[in-house]
Design a protein around this ligand. Structure first.
Ligand code: UT7
Length: 332
């Protein structure tokens, strides 16, 4: 039987806006304080894309350009672009098409994927599946979110959490045993009402009332989401370890979605990992939704060694959650 094809991450890129919104800045805006935010979430600051003419596509384009430079390939070699985002520039056309136009990847087919904070993992496994068929050789996946565009900066329960940013990765057929080995995804629409942007879609199109009622902003029942996210991320990470017979010693890094440091800690504990093997950058960027995981990979790329076993895990609106077992395939 022919060897099955694996999808390898062969380059990563990123974009972070320059403007920093600190906890101190937020103290001036809402009734909160640095100590509460740090102890309850682990966040100290986040980046904000202030330019009103720039949004998720712009950040995705910058991240994609870094991938193309790093891998030194012509954009015309890209065969598919998948953008995971909860904050597309428009409901349509797809943000992926806007990225394609700007980077000149005119041989690619392009679409957006909406799975909230799990979006990057879903894009990774969708892109990996295209590679595994043998039909595609270069798939660009991007997670990009301008969360500040849907954040109510008078709501202290949510405005402290989110930041803007993008990350991208190129998937190519693996030439060895590195790449995406396995994944588990779950969803539960039962969670739809707990984390939602109610207006702007076909259910509640934009109107004076929807604006007045602040329905274009994120609504989150923090406590309910926290409970489910903690269980979901820990359970699915354990599930992928067990079905691949991985012990804690086998895992080089946990790459967790950065929503709350307490959720990350609970996941690491369930996996038996000490904090030295957990990627954490929530302190600097907050929750950038689809960008958290690729931003971790980017920040740690010089520490990663070829063959490292990574478990990527996420939980988000929907509810959606999942974990990916990936053997890092870039030579350090
Ligand atoms: O990425 C997608 C998935 N999202 C998540 O995973 C987020 C999950 N949820 C969370 O991370 C947490 O629920 C939050 C960080 C959002 C909130 O933390 P919490 O420990 O669940 O706090 P809480 O909502 O239970 O609120 C505790 C208290 C309340 O006061 P009382 O009722 O006890 O007097 C809140 O009003 O903290 C108050 N509070 C704040 N105080 C200062 C809420 N927000 C703030 C704030 N500053 N920003």
């Amino acid at each position: 039987m022919a060897e099955s094809i694996k999808a390898n991450i062969t380059a990563v890129g990123h974009y972070l806006p320059e403007d920093v919104l600190t906890n101190k800045d937020l103290e001036e805006m809402v009734d909160t304080n640095d100590e509460w935010i740090r102890t309850r979430t682990g966040i100290s600051e986040r980046r904000i894309l202030k330019d009103p003419d720039k949004a998720s596509a712009y950040m995705g384009i910058e991240a994609a350009r870094e991938v193309l430079r790093d891998r030194n390939i012509d954009p015309l070699e890209i065969e598919a672009i998948i953008v995971a985002t909860a904050t597309p520039d428009y409901l349509f056309p797809a943000t992926a098409c806007l990225v394609q136009r700007e980077i000149g990847a005119f041989n690619a087919f392009c679409f957006d994927l909406m799975a909230a904070c799990s979006g990057f993992l879903y894009a990774l496994t969708t892109g990996a599946s295209f590679i595994e068929t043998g039909r595609y050789k270069k798939v660009l996946i991007i997670g990009s979110d301008k969360m500040s565009s849907i954040t109510d900066y008078t709501d202290r329960a949510t405005c402290i959490l989110f930041g803007d940013g993008a990350g991208a990765a190129l998937l190519e057929p693996s030439e060895d045993d590195c790449g995406v080995i396995d994944w588990v995804h779950h969803s539960s629409g039962i969670g739809a009402e707990y984390l939602v942007q109610e207006a702007g879609g076909s259910r509640n199109p934009a109107s004076a009332e929807t604006v007045e009622q602040k329905k274009h902003y994120i609504y989150q029942d923090g406590k309910a989401v926290f409970k489910k996210a903690t269980e979901g991320m820990a359970d699915v990470s354990r599930e992928i370890m067990d079905r691949n017979n991985l012990s804690d010693d086998d895992i080089s890094w946990l790459v967790p979605h950065q929503a709350n440091l307490r959720i990350i800690d609970a996941t690491a504990k369930r996996m038996g990992l000490s904090s030295e093997r957990v990627m954490i950058n929530i302190d600097k960027y907050g929750n950038t939704t689809t960008a958290t995981i690729p931003l971790c990979l980017y920040d740690w790329k010089h520490k990663l060694k070829k063959g490292d076993n990574l478990i990527l895990a996420a939980f988000g609106g929907g509810f959606t959650w999942g974990a990916v077992y990936l053997k890092w395939g870039i030579e350090s």
